[in-house]
Design a protein around this ligand. Sequence first.
Ligand SMILES: *Cc1c(COP(=O)(O)O)cnc(C)c1O
Length: 493
Amino acid sequence: MDTNGWARRTIPTLFERSRSGANDGSHVPPADGPAPAALLGDDADLLADAPPPLPEVGEAEVVRHYTHLAARNMSVDANFYPLGSCTMKYNPRINEWAASRDGLAALHPLAPAATAQGALRLLHELETYLARIAGLDAVTLTPAAGAHGELTALKVITAYYHSRGEGRSKVLTPDSAHGTNPASCTVCGRLAVPIASRGDGRIDLDDLRAKLDDQTAALMITNPNTLGLFETDIADAAELVHAAGAQLYLDGANMNAILGITRPGDFGVDAMHFNLHKTFSTPHGGGGPGAGPVAVASHLEPFLPTPRVVHREGAYRLLWEAPQSIGPMRSFAGQFAVCVRAWCYIRALGGEGLRRASETAVLAANYLAAKLKTVLPLPHDERCMHEFVLTASRRGASDRGLAGRIAKRLLDYGFHAPTVYFPLIVEEALMIEPTETESLATLDAFVAAMREIVAALDEDPHALDDAPRARSVARVDETAAARQPVLRWRPRM
Ligand SMILES: *Cc1c(COP(=O)(O)O)cnc(C)c1O
């Protein structure tokens, strides 16, 4: 991608490139509506006295400017992106095409149902597909991300218990959980209680048994878990949770490993969220966009947020009134464009295709794990699911910070860094998720890079101190970035 070295060159801002007269606007047709002053009427004095100080640059310069800036970024389109847990797979372009059709992209969220039957049908069908994949009874598409799905489901569970006159303020989460799990509990006013992991990385049933009581609302579990291991005791855990009158909640961020192979409803889950942007193709990163639909068993359905998408008397519509609902969790019916992409992805692959995607993701992860465990230790050395966690800590204290430095050197090789320092239960963790969309050649190139990096390190413990060398930004001072953030940038004019 970066054949001209744009990753390293200083790129002047458009303001710095501005030349008076470079763009006289002659290729833009004159506006044919009323003059701004006429539109403003009595408020015409609000008009600025002079045009805004925009840079004057030609169209080709603008295009090249942004293309060069884009070349400085790591992206799924340009680089292998083995960011564990995030499922950064290649996103088929046809989904982008579909999501940008005028009839879908330009549809007003308040359009009368009669004029939006196709869009409502798409949402309704997507709910049906996700319910089937989950092995559960009902789905809401409204949550805007995985974490928002967790919060939505916790509110649903809380409302369910309130309807039965029960308080139940505790939510149990394994110590390998994603940070959003305890955070969502806190935002929902529940108390997050950690459950220990056993030596083999699975939930400790004895600790679960000890902490379950009549104040427990749910066990919030990720399966496959954040070590990339299937929770082999999940059925027993479900039985314990249900015997205590609590709910089993699944963080479904790792569904990429089990689509069509097992259904959460079959292993005892009462409620779960999907991350559409991870499992069902939407380019994501840098904070969005995403969607975190929640699937529930029938006893929780009455409490799902509004609006619900319903199909009655041959027509689709949004239902805003539901007596026991927790109410809206956001504006309108959800992240519509993300839902369109997920619908397309599911329709294009079909049941067989989804299963094959998961099988391929698991195969790719096991291939990489088998190769890379000869480079760095694999603490939980067994058949993994769609991801696995290496440790850069071979010598204890003197290896502190090594996972971060290896990650930064990988950038010099043109690979995005894996997830580092998560899950917290593995020291110097490097969490690697190849996904199903990478070729064998790419996986082999990644192994070769890792081998070279670790060999260089073994020769010279300071070999990675200057990483990354080949990117636009060298090693950043993360402490200063956190303590003295620069939140405002002014153009030099
Ligand atoms: C990504 C992720 C989340 C949070 O999802 P967002 O969509 O980023 O809010 C929660 N749990 C796990 C295991 C994840 O990987």
